[in-house]
Design a protein around this ligand. Sequence first.
Ligand code: BTN
Length: 250
Amino acid sequence: NGGGEYSLDAFRHLALGEVTSTNSECLRAAREGDPGMLWITAERQTAGRGRRGRHWASEGGNLYASLLLLDPSDAALLSSLPLAVSVAVHATLKSVLPSTAEALEIKWPNDVLIGRKKACGILLEAEMLASGQRAVVAGIGINIRYRPEDAPYGVTSLSEQGVSQGADELFACLYREMAWALKLWDHGRGVAEVTRLWREAACGIGGLIRVNLPDRSLDGRFVGIDDQGLLILEAEGRQQLIAAGDVFLL
Ligand code: BTN
């Protein structure tokens, strides 16, 4: 359908105060029969989730947003959805950052960095519903006024980078950019375009990286990503495809 289903007015938005996690709220809405295309934002989260089971500190003043999609594509294409989401977040931040700000980059799979410090995290979760449909939730946390002090990696916030907009203005922008990126990505037809935009914004391609996997870590050269969004790593004398892990630029 050429992305027609992702027109701006096809989305609904529910703005909440304090929740456990906007991802959990979206999954609950799906179980209760919500038809999808639903954004849930919250002012604060008491149990914000990060990738790989980590906690996402969620004080007031930042953006916590999740988008619920039902059956957005067949399973094979889902691995490229995080790329579309990070391209949308990248475009959102690009439109608010002053021209003097440090480099805005995406770190595989979908962290958005400013000056090599993390400003945003994205967590995709999927669940099969009793109806047989697949609920997919894209959760986005953007550090606006607050940044965690105890992160094991460099972190920054938009206010620290000279951005004056608050969560509402940022969400209005994210809402538009996500509709645009999903339209591009729609059911696989634009995946090549999304991966091209992702590569353009990515950091570390061609360089040495360390990938921490659940059971070990691998050092090698970051060759790029394939059209499913998998990381291509040249290590141990061969090219390896990585689906999930934490990347450190060496
Ligand atoms: C990461 O580990 O980098 C991903 C962090 C994702 C955080 C966002 S905040 C909104 C949504 N709700 C959650 O519980 N997590 C995501």
